[in-house]
Design a protein around this ligand. Structure first.
Ligand SMILES: [Zn+2]
Length: 238
């Protein structure tokens, strides 16, 4: 007796695709169990190559394989600079939550994209924050403008029903993997405070243009994470 399984999927342009396979002919080992939901290659999105900040795992079909909703979020938010979605057949060694096409990492969405070290390099971000905290007015304005833009763009994601949550990293230096005692990244972007001084005082970040503190920012879908200091992590609903 031959047993067949038939799976139909809709491409993003709504074209149906049907696959029929004979069970037992091509045994497939899937560490995450059988999941017939298709993944779409975010590399197909117009302009995607300029928006991906790494194309890891080339021998595994690259790292841009996304569930339909994830694909559509990446397509619709054209300012997202992303990587590490899932591999072509799911899974992502070393990235436990990136295995099923519903999570991706993205640069911090301040102005300047990959050319702005505030978006890309946590060590530089921390240096500029420290200079601002210690009284450099130009740095204060730079960091305030950056935080307000980052909050505005991430709010667009958080307010999208397809997005489940956005993670903001804290105490790990992504370059050295050293765990930091301070939550400076979350403190600045979400709480609106500079890294505490040695005496424990955490001063508010003040906008030099208005003389007013930028204040705290909150959203039910915004979460603090132990990892991801250098980038944001986005989970999309299945
Ligand atoms: Zn991630």
């Amino acid at each position: 007796m031959n047993v067949y399984v038939e799976v139909q999927a809709l491409l993003p342009n709504k074209t149906p695709v049907t696959k029929k396979v004979k069970l037992g002919v091509d045994p497939v080992s899937r560490p995450q169990g059988l999941d017939f939901r298709p993944l779409y290659d975010a590399g197909d999105i117009a302009g995607a190559s300029a928006r991906r900040f790494s194309c890891r795992e080339a021998t595994w079909g690259l790292d841009g394989w996304a569930r339909r909703k994830t694909y559509e979020v990446l397509r619709d938010f054209t300012w997202l600079l992303f990587n590490d979605v899932s591999l072509e057949h799911g899974g992502f060694p070393g990235h436990a939550t990136h295995g099923t096409g519903v999570a991706f990492d993205a640069r911090y969405p301040g102005a300047g994209g990959n050319g702005n070290a505030l978006n890309t390099t946590p060590s530089t971000r921390r240096t500029i924050l420290t200079q601002a905290r210690d009284g450099d007015l130009a740095r204060q304005q730079q960091i305030v403008d950056w935080i307000l833009q980052v909050r505005g763009n991430i709010s667009q994601l958080l307010n999208d029903a397809r997005v489940r949550r956005v993670l903001i990293g804290r105490g790990v230096n992504d370059r050295t993997n050293a765990r930091l005692a301070s939550h400076w990244n979350w403190n600045a972007i979400v709480d609106g405070r500079y890294e505490p001084l040695p005496n424990g005082t955490a001063t508010e970040i003040v906008n030099p243009a208005t003389g007013l503190p930028i204040g705290a920012w909150a959203h039910t879908k915004l979460m603090r994470a132990d990892q991801h200091l250098g980038h944001i992590h986005v989970d999309v609903n299945k």
